[in-house]
Design a protein around this ligand. Structure first.
Ligand code: DX5
Ligand code: ZN
Length: 220
């Protein structure tokens, strides 16, 4: 079995001590930096934008996984590539021409991801699964950190895994929202490859140890 990955969400970091928190992730067993970009239109919240990502990219020594919660993401693909994104995920619900958007992301040298809201069926991805490097499956309604995990996600992960296998695709499944040590093992069992964790990591007394424990839990 391939190694399962942990992607701490920088949204839950202390922005007054951003460099400290980025170095914590660099020096931990985490695999990726998960970067949540919200525009206040696609989701009812605004997070941070280009200048902050530029600063993150200056310090981050691991894969930068950008989750765009914005309308019409095609407008910014080139810019996110220039800002150091390694993986760029757009929302299924925000793309009229998803196939074209995925090709545009790859043309800029990034891995192409598709994020889906809790209400969006994984079946909608079947015809494009071979073009998707990563599915970011939302296990909360996007827009805020610290929400509780939606239980139906386990079923969706299993179903998506079947679609990936049926199509001989190499798509990774990432689960995003409300991930803790209570649901991590079951998510991996269902077929997840990458777990995003915001509050669970940053609200912990010892974030480095929490990442280490989570990583051990999902790889045991
Ligand atoms: C929610 C974001 C998530 C969020 C996860 O819209 O996409 O990445 O930061 O945070 P937690 O782990 O606190 O649910
Ligand atoms: Zn996210």
């Amino acid at each position: 079995m391939s190694t399962k990955l942990i992607a701490p969400s920088v949204l839950a970091a202390d922005f007054g001590n951003l460099q400290r928190d980025l170095e914590m992730i660099n020096n931990s067993e985490a695999d990726w930096f998960h970067i949540d970009i919200m525009d206040g239109v696609f989701v009812p919240n605004i997070s941070y934008g280009m200048p902050v990502l530029e600063a993150i990219n200056r310090h981050a020594k691991k894969t930068i996984d950008v989750h765009l919660m914005i309308v019409d993401p095609d407008r910014y693909i080139k810019e996110f590539a220039a800002l150091g994104a390694d993986i760029l995920s757009v929302h299924y619900e925000a793309c009229t021409h998803l196939h074209r958007t995925l090709q545009a992301i790859k043309a800029e040298g990034m891995k192409a991801g598709v994020a889906i809201n809790p209400h969006t069926s994984v079946d909608l991805l079947e015809d494009v699964i071979g073009d998707i490097d990563l599915v970011c499956m939302m296990s909360v309604n996007p827009g805020f950190g610290g929400q509780s995990f939606i239980e139906n996600t386990f079923k969706k992960v299993k179903k998506l895994k079947q679609i990936i296998e049926r199509n001989n695709a190499s798509t990774l499944i990432e689960v995003d929202g409300g991930v803790t040590d209570k649901n991590a093992a079951r998510l991996i069992e269902a077929g997840a490859d990458v777990l995003v964790a915001g509050s669970f990591v940053f609200k912990a007394e010892d974030p480095t140890q929490t990442i280490k424990n989570l990583k051990a839990l999902v790889n045991s």
